[in-house]
Write a protein that binds this ligand. Sequence first.
Ligand SMILES: *[C@@H]1O[C@H](CO)[C@@H](O)[C@H](O)[C@H]1NC(C)=O
Ligand SMILES: *[C@@H]1O[C@H](CO)[C@@H](O)[C@H](O)[C@H]1NC(C)=O
Ligand SMILES: *[C@@H]1O[C@H](CO)[C@@H](O)[C@H](O)[C@H]1NC(C)=O
Ligand SMILES: *[C@@H]1O[C@H](CO)[C@@H](O)[C@H](O)[C@H]1NC(C)=O
Length: 524
Amino acid sequence: MASCNVTLLLLLAGIGLTVGHNILVIFPHHGQSHFMNVQPFLKELARRGDNVTVISFYPLKPHERMKNYHDISLAGCLQMHNNNVSFSMFEGPITYLSRTLHNVLALYMMSDEVTSSIFQVPALKEFTHRVLNDGHNFDLVIVETFQTDVFLGLIHRMNVPFISVTTCNLFPWSSERIGQPQNPSYVPTNIDIFNSKMTLIERIKNTMSLLFTQFAYHYIFVPKDQKIANDNFGPGLPPLSAIAKNTSLILANIHFSLNLPRPVVPQLIEVGGLHIQPAKPLPKDLEQFLNSSTNGVIYFCMGSLLRGETFPIEKRQAFLAAFSKLPLNVLWKYEGDTLPGQPSNVKILPWTPQRDILSHPNIKLFINHGGLLGTTEAVYEGVPMLGIPMFGDQHLNMNAIQSLGAGLVLDYKTLNQHSILNGIRTVLKPEYKINAKRLQAQYRDRPMSAMETAIYWTDYVIRHKGAPHLRTAAVHMPWYQLLCLDILLIITVGIITFLFIIKIALSLLLRQIFQSKTDKNKTD
Ligand SMILES: *[C@@H]1O[C@H](CO)[C@@H](O)[C@H](O)[C@H]1NC(C)=O
Ligand SMILES: *[C@@H]1O[C@H](CO)[C@@H](O)[C@H](O)[C@H]1NC(C)=O
Ligand SMILES: *[C@@H]1O[C@H](CO)[C@@H](O)[C@H](O)[C@H]1NC(C)=O
Ligand SMILES: *[C@@H]1O[C@H](CO)[C@@H](O)[C@H](O)[C@H]1NC(C)=O
């Protein structure tokens, strides 16, 4: 069968038709939302004839199977967290320091969890063994840049161009490998909570976060991954951070209208909303509920990780008390069989077709946690948001929305009936809808759709054999040159030397004058 395909492909190539490329895709993070962001793109590559081989925790379900899409599944090798993270994890006091540490520590733990389990998976072992020993015919690798760089070792051995994908804003270590400017005076790091206009104190904190993240990456994350890469892909690999600098480009799930403008190098391609496809019809009963809610509906969802049932009881009751005072209906994505004290205007569902719900005209407000996928979907549909950011980049995303006037941030720690009602009533005011509609128009207005952009640049990298011409000189510069520290040093030394010479010259001159004066006095 395989040889049959090959013959057919050779035939097609012979008669000058476009032939798909062989693409290896590596998604070593187990969070579902990350994979949901890119899977439509991978399916689209396969649909147009590329042969994609996907290493991930999310193989296609039997009814989704398609030609040219091959899974190497990591599913089952570790405990997943989807819909199973408890709100109690976020009950402690949260300070600047604890949030920064928590975010970096959480990334490290996820990295360790993954890299210590996946190399036991027989399908992956067999695949890497085959690639390392028998060679391969891949034209390109697409790899996620998130919590681990361990697969850069395999990519180096394969000696093929590679693209990276990030489903959130860029981490400092992702920016660094493509020389993307990250001046902390106006580029917020995505482990912190700021937007692009910062006070002096915020700029100090943002700078510290940037330095701390870079330190953790180079001295904690990379040494762990380097060892695992050497164990699995053979000893003597170059440093992973050096291989990272061969990244052809990064496709990032961001757009300047929502994620705030910043300077962008040619290697950074914004494909915000890559996962958004035309809305599909809703299940009949859900559509009935939304249609009949003539006063409007609040859609409430805290993302794919947190479990609704684990909401602390006082906070859950505060929500229900607030909802019962509203003329609108509420649709709550709530994991759990019962919702004690459920008011008649609240409907719960353990799973919701979110993208399609947000496109329903009766949705007036989205109460969310500020995850980038949901936030993007609401922006795409022009729905105002009331955000309760919990961890990761959620504060960053919601603060951006708030600064754009399309929503408000609610503090999780101080949630009560009053703050919830107040927040809802504020965001239901017409100006929020107007701002959300303006943001929607700005977000959608692009020369090519996110999907077309991603496909175009994927082909571009293959056409131009890794496209090294996209790289700015910053990619290979040592940090002290990049920050002009060597120049500042030379200028400082120059000025000091100059002042020193002036001082010596002056004192010599003064001494001369003084001496000639005393000589004159003596002779007098
Ligand atoms: C497509 O990918 C699959 C899985 O990696 C591989 O077995 C097959 O040989 C590839 N097809 C071609 C034409 O290279
Ligand atoms: C949820 O997490 C708990 C431990 O925190 C675990 O015992 C349980 O099996 C998990 N449930 C699912 C469905 O993964
Ligand atoms: C970077 O890519 C070039 C060209 O493919 C290759 O020769 C070089 O070994 C790569 N460097 C690293 C560190 O992987
Ligand atoms: C909901 O309303 C839309 C638009 O008026 C209509 O096309 C659709 O059939 C309605 N669906 C249900 C289940 O009533």
